[in-house]
Design a protein around this ligand. Structure first.
Ligand code: PMV
Length: 308
Protein backbone atom coordinates (compact mmCIF):
# COMPACT_ATOMS: atom_id res chain seq x y z
CA UNK A 1 0.00 0.00 0.00
CA UNK A 2 1.20 3.55 -0.74
CA UNK A 3 0.20 6.36 1.60
CA UNK A 4 0.46 10.09 1.19
CA UNK A 5 -0.87 13.09 3.03
CA UNK A 6 -0.94 16.86 2.61
CA UNK A 7 -1.77 19.68 5.05
CA UNK A 8 -4.36 22.41 4.82
CA UNK A 9 -3.32 26.01 4.27
CA UNK A 10 -4.40 29.46 5.31
CA UNK A 11 -3.74 32.81 3.65
CA UNK A 12 -2.33 35.31 6.17
CA UNK A 13 -2.22 38.34 3.87
CA UNK A 14 -2.83 39.33 0.27
CA UNK A 15 -5.83 37.35 -0.99
CA UNK A 16 -7.55 38.78 -4.09
CA UNK A 17 -4.71 41.27 -4.73
CA UNK A 18 -2.57 38.18 -5.45
CA UNK A 19 -4.72 37.47 -8.51
CA UNK A 20 -3.48 40.87 -9.84
CA UNK A 21 0.20 40.19 -9.31
CA UNK A 22 0.64 41.50 -5.76
CA UNK A 23 2.38 39.35 -3.12
CA UNK A 24 0.48 37.18 -0.65
CA UNK A 25 1.59 35.22 2.39
CA UNK A 26 0.23 31.80 3.21
CA UNK A 27 1.21 29.06 5.64
CA UNK A 28 0.44 25.35 6.01
CA UNK A 29 -2.05 24.27 8.67
CA UNK A 30 -0.86 20.91 9.89
CA UNK A 31 -3.70 20.39 12.39
CA UNK A 32 -5.84 19.26 9.45
CA UNK A 33 -4.86 17.07 6.52
CA UNK A 34 -5.91 14.98 3.54
CA UNK A 35 -4.79 11.34 3.48
CA UNK A 36 -4.70 8.98 0.53
CA UNK A 37 -3.99 5.22 0.47
CA UNK A 38 -3.49 3.47 -2.85
CA UNK A 39 -3.30 -0.34 -3.03
CA UNK A 40 -3.72 -3.15 -5.52
CA UNK A 41 -7.33 -4.21 -5.97
CA UNK A 42 -8.65 -7.73 -6.35
CA UNK A 43 -11.51 -6.14 -8.34
CA UNK A 44 -11.15 -4.93 -11.87
CA UNK A 45 -10.94 -1.13 -12.21
CA UNK A 46 -10.02 1.87 -10.10
CA UNK A 47 -12.18 1.90 -6.97
CA UNK A 48 -12.48 5.12 -5.04
CA UNK A 49 -13.74 5.39 -1.49
CA UNK A 50 -14.04 8.86 0.02
CA UNK A 51 -16.40 8.52 3.00
CA UNK A 52 -16.23 12.23 3.91
CA UNK A 53 -17.98 13.11 0.65
CA UNK A 54 -20.09 9.92 0.52
CA UNK A 55 -18.26 8.61 -2.49
CA UNK A 56 -17.79 4.93 -3.25
CA UNK A 57 -17.52 4.25 -6.97
CA UNK A 58 -15.48 2.91 -9.83
CA UNK A 59 -13.60 5.63 -11.71
CA UNK A 60 -15.37 5.19 -15.02
CA UNK A 61 -18.88 5.76 -13.64
CA UNK A 62 -17.86 9.25 -12.46
CA UNK A 63 -18.11 12.23 -14.79
CA UNK A 64 -14.65 13.05 -16.11
CA UNK A 65 -14.78 16.54 -14.55
CA UNK A 66 -15.47 15.12 -11.08
CA UNK A 67 -12.77 16.68 -8.80
CA UNK A 68 -11.29 13.32 -7.77
CA UNK A 69 -11.80 11.55 -11.12
CA UNK A 70 -10.16 14.43 -12.99
CA UNK A 71 -6.99 14.09 -10.89
CA UNK A 72 -6.79 10.35 -11.64
CA UNK A 73 -7.54 10.69 -15.37
CA UNK A 74 -5.03 13.52 -15.78
CA UNK A 75 -2.41 11.65 -13.79
CA UNK A 76 -2.83 8.46 -15.88
CA UNK A 77 -2.51 10.60 -19.01
CA UNK A 78 0.60 12.39 -17.70
CA UNK A 79 2.24 9.12 -16.65
CA UNK A 80 1.29 7.58 -20.02
CA UNK A 81 -0.52 4.68 -18.35
CA UNK A 82 -2.51 3.18 -21.20
CA UNK A 83 -4.18 0.16 -19.61
CA UNK A 84 -6.11 0.99 -16.46
CA UNK A 85 -4.53 -0.56 -13.35
CA UNK A 86 -6.69 -2.33 -10.74
CA UNK A 87 -6.54 -0.05 -7.72
CA UNK A 88 -8.27 0.70 -4.45
CA UNK A 89 -7.97 4.38 -3.54
CA UNK A 90 -9.06 5.54 -0.10
CA UNK A 91 -9.33 9.26 0.55
CA UNK A 92 -10.04 10.82 3.93
CA UNK A 93 -9.69 14.42 4.99
CA UNK A 94 -10.14 16.50 8.11
CA UNK A 95 -9.92 19.75 6.12
CA UNK A 96 -13.31 21.50 5.92
CA UNK A 97 -14.50 21.76 2.32
CA UNK A 98 -14.95 25.12 0.51
CA UNK A 99 -13.86 27.23 3.45
CA UNK A 100 -10.48 28.59 2.40
CA UNK A 101 -8.35 25.87 3.97
CA UNK A 102 -7.17 24.39 0.69
CA UNK A 103 -9.03 21.08 0.94
CA UNK A 104 -9.19 20.58 -2.85
CA UNK A 105 -5.50 21.28 -3.34
CA UNK A 106 -4.56 18.99 -0.43
CA UNK A 107 -6.55 16.06 -1.85
CA UNK A 108 -5.03 16.67 -5.29
CA UNK A 109 -1.46 16.80 -3.95
CA UNK A 110 -1.82 13.74 -1.68
CA UNK A 111 -3.55 11.73 -4.41
CA UNK A 112 -0.98 12.70 -7.05
CA UNK A 113 1.93 11.73 -4.80
CA UNK A 114 0.32 8.43 -3.80
CA UNK A 115 -0.38 7.51 -7.45
CA UNK A 116 3.08 8.64 -8.57
CA UNK A 117 4.75 6.49 -5.98
CA UNK A 118 2.47 3.46 -6.41
CA UNK A 119 2.65 3.47 -10.20
CA UNK A 120 6.39 4.21 -10.18
CA UNK A 121 6.23 7.55 -11.93
CA UNK A 122 8.48 9.72 -9.72
CA UNK A 123 7.53 13.39 -9.47
CA UNK A 124 9.44 16.12 -7.64
CA UNK A 125 7.73 18.96 -5.75
CA UNK A 126 7.90 21.28 -8.72
CA UNK A 127 6.16 18.73 -10.95
CA UNK A 128 3.51 17.94 -8.34
CA UNK A 129 2.88 21.67 -7.88
CA UNK A 130 2.56 22.33 -11.62
CA UNK A 131 0.19 19.37 -12.01
CA UNK A 132 -1.93 20.48 -9.02
CA UNK A 133 -2.15 23.99 -10.49
CA UNK A 134 -3.55 22.59 -13.74
CA UNK A 135 -6.19 20.73 -11.71
CA UNK A 136 -7.03 23.91 -9.72
CA UNK A 137 -7.56 25.74 -13.00
CA UNK A 138 -10.08 23.11 -14.13
CA UNK A 139 -12.26 23.78 -11.08
CA UNK A 140 -11.61 27.37 -10.03
CA UNK A 141 -11.38 29.48 -13.17
CA UNK A 142 -8.37 31.76 -12.74
CA UNK A 143 -6.68 30.75 -9.47
CA UNK A 144 -3.43 32.45 -8.52
CA UNK A 145 -1.82 29.10 -7.63
CA UNK A 146 -1.19 29.97 -3.99
CA UNK A 147 -3.19 27.01 -2.59
CA UNK A 148 -1.39 24.26 -4.49
CA UNK A 149 1.99 25.91 -3.79
CA UNK A 150 1.67 26.08 0.01
CA UNK A 151 0.12 22.62 0.19
CA UNK A 152 2.81 21.05 -2.03
CA UNK A 153 5.79 22.61 -0.27
CA UNK A 154 4.17 22.55 3.20
CA UNK A 155 6.12 25.68 4.16
CA UNK A 156 5.33 29.39 4.60
CA UNK A 157 5.25 30.91 1.13
CA UNK A 158 5.60 34.49 -0.12
CA UNK A 159 3.70 34.09 -3.33
CA UNK A 160 3.72 36.24 -6.44
CA UNK A 161 1.79 34.81 -9.37
CA UNK A 162 4.01 33.68 -12.21
CA UNK A 163 7.24 34.06 -10.22
CA UNK A 164 9.42 31.32 -8.81
CA UNK A 165 8.41 29.99 -5.41
CA UNK A 166 9.78 31.89 -2.42
CA UNK A 167 9.53 30.14 0.91
CA UNK A 168 10.56 32.24 3.91
CA UNK A 169 11.63 31.82 7.49
CA UNK A 170 9.35 32.66 10.40
CA UNK A 171 12.03 33.67 12.92
CA UNK A 172 9.75 33.63 15.94
CA UNK A 173 6.74 31.27 16.14
CA UNK A 174 3.34 32.86 16.62
CA UNK A 175 -0.22 31.72 17.07
CA UNK A 176 -3.40 32.25 15.14
CA UNK A 177 -6.97 31.16 15.72
CA UNK A 178 -8.87 30.18 12.59
CA UNK A 179 -12.67 30.33 12.79
CA UNK A 180 -15.12 28.99 10.26
CA UNK A 181 -18.33 30.94 9.58
CA UNK A 182 -19.86 27.67 8.37
CA UNK A 183 -20.97 29.47 5.24
CA UNK A 184 -19.64 27.88 2.11
CA UNK A 185 -18.84 30.57 -0.43
CA UNK A 186 -17.32 29.68 -3.80
CA UNK A 187 -14.05 31.55 -4.30
CA UNK A 188 -14.81 31.69 -8.02
CA UNK A 189 -17.75 34.04 -7.33
CA UNK A 190 -15.93 36.56 -5.14
CA UNK A 191 -12.97 36.53 -7.54
CA UNK A 192 -15.41 37.17 -10.42
CA UNK A 193 -17.10 40.04 -8.53
CA UNK A 194 -13.75 41.69 -7.82
CA UNK A 195 -12.87 41.35 -11.50
CA UNK A 196 -16.09 43.14 -12.48
CA UNK A 197 -15.31 46.00 -10.06
CA UNK A 198 -11.79 46.24 -11.45
CA UNK A 199 -12.99 46.31 -15.04
CA UNK A 200 -15.22 49.31 -14.28
CA UNK A 201 -12.58 51.40 -12.54
CA UNK A 202 -9.12 49.93 -12.83
CA UNK A 203 -7.13 52.75 -11.25
CA UNK A 204 -9.29 52.80 -8.11
CA UNK A 205 -8.91 49.06 -7.47
CA UNK A 206 -5.26 48.94 -8.51
CA UNK A 207 -4.61 51.42 -5.66
CA UNK A 208 -6.29 49.05 -3.20
CA UNK A 209 -4.30 46.09 -4.58
CA UNK A 210 -1.09 48.12 -4.14
CA UNK A 211 -1.96 48.79 -0.49
CA UNK A 212 -2.68 45.10 0.11
CA UNK A 213 0.63 44.21 -1.56
CA UNK A 214 2.46 46.60 0.78
CA UNK A 215 0.81 44.94 3.78
CA UNK A 216 2.02 41.50 2.60
CA UNK A 217 5.52 42.84 2.03
CA UNK A 218 5.68 44.46 5.47
CA UNK A 219 4.31 41.32 7.12
CA UNK A 220 7.00 39.15 5.54
CA UNK A 221 9.72 41.51 6.79
CA UNK A 222 8.19 41.46 10.30
CA UNK A 223 8.12 37.66 10.36
CA UNK A 224 11.68 37.34 9.12
CA UNK A 225 12.85 39.92 11.65
CA UNK A 226 11.20 37.95 14.50
CA UNK A 227 8.61 40.66 15.14
CA UNK A 228 5.27 38.84 14.79
CA UNK A 229 3.73 41.38 17.21
CA UNK A 230 3.42 43.70 14.18
CA UNK A 231 0.99 41.31 12.49
CA UNK A 232 -2.08 42.37 14.44
CA UNK A 233 -2.22 45.89 13.07
CA UNK A 234 -1.40 44.61 9.57
CA UNK A 235 -4.29 42.14 9.74
CA UNK A 236 -6.70 44.89 10.72
CA UNK A 237 -5.49 47.03 7.84
CA UNK A 238 -5.79 44.13 5.39
CA UNK A 239 -9.33 43.37 6.56
CA UNK A 240 -10.40 46.95 5.96
CA UNK A 241 -9.04 46.80 2.43
CA UNK A 242 -10.88 43.53 1.80
CA UNK A 243 -14.09 45.14 3.05
CA UNK A 244 -13.58 47.85 0.43
CA UNK A 245 -13.23 45.08 -2.16
CA UNK A 246 -16.72 43.91 -1.01
CA UNK A 247 -15.55 40.40 -0.17
CA UNK A 248 -16.31 40.50 3.56
CA UNK A 249 -19.76 39.74 4.96
CA UNK A 250 -21.78 40.45 8.10
CA UNK A 251 -20.80 37.08 9.57
CA UNK A 252 -17.09 37.58 8.85
CA UNK A 253 -17.13 41.12 10.25
CA UNK A 254 -18.93 39.88 13.34
CA UNK A 255 -16.29 37.20 14.00
CA UNK A 256 -13.45 39.64 13.29
CA UNK A 257 -14.87 42.12 15.83
CA UNK A 258 -15.55 39.36 18.36
CA UNK A 259 -11.93 38.17 18.14
CA UNK A 260 -10.59 41.70 18.68
CA UNK A 261 -12.90 42.27 21.66
CA UNK A 262 -11.79 38.93 23.14
CA UNK A 263 -8.19 40.09 23.12
CA UNK A 264 -6.84 39.19 19.66
CA UNK A 265 -4.20 41.69 18.51
CA UNK A 266 -5.73 41.78 15.03
CA UNK A 267 -8.08 39.82 12.79
CA UNK A 268 -9.18 39.52 9.17
CA UNK A 269 -11.07 37.31 6.79
CA UNK A 270 -8.94 34.74 5.00
CA UNK A 271 -9.31 33.39 1.48
CA UNK A 272 -12.05 34.19 -1.01
CA UNK A 273 -14.33 35.78 1.61
CA UNK A 274 -18.15 36.20 1.83
CA UNK A 275 -18.04 33.08 4.04
CA UNK A 276 -15.37 30.53 4.87
CA UNK A 277 -12.78 31.41 7.47
CA UNK A 278 -11.38 34.34 9.37
CA UNK A 279 -8.11 34.41 11.29
CA UNK A 280 -7.09 36.17 14.48
CA UNK A 281 -3.56 36.87 15.66
CA UNK A 282 -3.30 36.08 19.37
CA UNK A 283 -0.82 35.87 22.23
CA UNK A 284 -0.60 32.14 23.15
CA UNK A 285 -2.24 32.72 26.56
CA UNK A 286 -5.29 34.34 24.89
CA UNK A 287 -5.78 31.65 22.23
CA UNK A 288 -8.31 29.50 24.14
CA UNK A 289 -10.34 32.52 25.27
CA UNK A 290 -10.49 33.96 21.74
CA UNK A 291 -11.44 30.55 20.33
CA UNK A 292 -14.19 30.19 22.93
CA UNK A 293 -15.61 33.66 22.19
CA UNK A 294 -15.63 32.92 18.46
CA UNK A 295 -17.58 29.69 19.01
CA UNK A 296 -20.02 31.54 21.25
CA UNK A 297 -20.45 34.19 18.56
CA UNK A 298 -21.51 31.55 16.03
CA UNK A 299 -18.31 30.11 14.53
CA UNK A 300 -18.93 26.51 13.48
CA UNK A 301 -15.42 25.40 14.26
CA UNK A 302 -12.08 26.83 15.34
CA UNK A 303 -8.50 25.70 14.92
CA UNK A 304 -5.64 27.05 17.02
CA UNK A 305 -2.40 26.73 15.11
CA UNK A 306 1.16 27.74 15.78
CA UNK A 307 3.04 29.06 12.76
CA UNK A 308 6.72 28.32 12.89
O1 PMV B 1 -10.55 30.74 -0.72
P1 PMV B 1 -9.15 30.30 -0.88
O2 PMV B 1 -8.41 30.07 0.38
O3 PMV B 1 -8.99 29.20 -1.85
O4 PMV B 1 -8.30 31.53 -1.42
C1 PMV B 1 -8.63 32.26 -2.51
C2 PMV B 1 -7.59 33.32 -2.65
C3 PMV B 1 -7.87 34.31 -3.77
O5 PMV B 1 -6.79 35.22 -3.75
C4 PMV B 1 -9.15 35.07 -3.50
C5 PMV B 1 -7.97 33.64 -5.12
C6 PMV B 1 -6.67 33.04 -5.61
O6 PMV B 1 -6.74 32.24 -6.56
O7 PMV B 1 -5.59 33.40 -5.12
Amino acid sequence: MTKSSAPGKIILFGEHAVVYGRPALAVPVTEVQANVDVSESARKGVWIGAPDVNLSAELNVLPSDHPIASVIHNFLFLARVTSFPNLEIKITSTIPVASGLGSGAAVTVALTRALASHLKHPMNDEEVNAFAYEIEKLHHGTPSGIDNTVVTYARPVYFIKGQSIETFKVSKPFMIVIADTGISAPTKESVGDVRRLWMHDRSRWETIFDKIGEVSFTARRALEAGKPELLGELMNENHELLQKLTVSSQELDHLVETARRAGALGAKLSGGGRGGNMIAFVEPERAQAVSFSLLEAGAKNTIITQVS
